[in-house]
Design a protein around this ligand. Structure first.
Ligand SMILES: [Zn+2]
Length: 245
């Protein structure tokens, strides 16, 4: 696939300190010698940014307004029983690759891969007022790029297209960001916003994007003509209104 165009300097260092930290090209060699390189969670930011945030988090968790997106590869579990391990890991690599491309293109952080799902955070560490909209645009890009790519994957592995769709859920609001867990400390977000996004993803059909009312309200006019319907989500007493984006 075509190489993606990444930023030459770290966007985080530039936006927050006006420091041009070179990430790529011949001139980045001195930075690399000091261990400063592109972050694996967002290659447009650097390992210094990562470290700085980790240190801040260690002191205390912070509450931020952010958008959470979950994307899940449908049919993966049944595929993993009928396909060779090589074919399965190839599919998953292709999926992660497309997720990363779409998330980074819209300044999000690919925070976690959980089996056949990914979790992305928008508005951290790159701050963007329009983060709910960025998440929606990333989700739409992901669906579009995946539809284009899966034809080849489907043909190569003798599958049907419906077996390889992506279900996406998005929610936004205040959440806790920090290092959680005891044995394995993990830099991530927790809270109701995260759970709701995850539940929305679990009821999304293949090729579908479901967003909450909070996202619908804040991502206008991009979601102007979207229709909603109530869903009974696991762990929620009242039905939750979700919009197909
Ligand atoms: Zn940086």
């Amino acid at each position: 696939m075509a190489a993606r165009q990444h930023s030459l300097i770290c966007r985080g260092c530039w936006e927050q300190m006006h420091l041009p930290v070179l990430l790529r090209g011949v001139a980045s060699a001195p930075y690399r010698a000091f261990g400063i390189r592109p972050s694996r969670m967002n290659p447009n930011t650097c390992t210094i940014c990562e470290l700085m945030f980790t240190k801040v988090m260690r002191a205390r968790k912070i509450t931020i307004d952010a958008t959470i997106m979950f994307a899940d590869l449908r049919g993966y579990t049944s595929l993993s029983q009928s396909q060779s391990p090589d074919a399965v890991s190839g599919l998953l690599d292709a999926f992660y690759d497309e997720c990363a491309g779409a998330i980074w293109e819209h300044d999000g952080l690919l925070n976690k891969t959980i089996g056949d799902a990914v979790m992305a955070i928008f508005n951290f560490p790159l701050r963007r007022d329009e983060h709910p909209r960025n998440a929606v645009l990333a989700a739409r890009d992901l669906q579009k790029n995946w539809r284009a790519r899966r034809e080849a994957l489907v043909t190569a592995h003798g599958l049907t297209a419906s077996e390889l769709g992506i279900g996406i859920g998005i929610h936004c609001g205040e959440l806790s960001f920090g290092e959680f867990g005891h044995s394995h400390r993990d830099l991530t977000a927790i809270g109701t916003v995260v759970n709701t996004a995850s539940r929305a993803q679990s009821v999304a059909e293949a090729d579908q994007i479901l967003v909450t009312k909070a996202v619908f309200d804040r991502a206008q006019p991009d979601l102007k003509n979207c229709v909603s319907k109530p869903f009974q989500l696991k762990g929620f007493e009242a039905p939750v209104e979700l919009y197909a984006a």
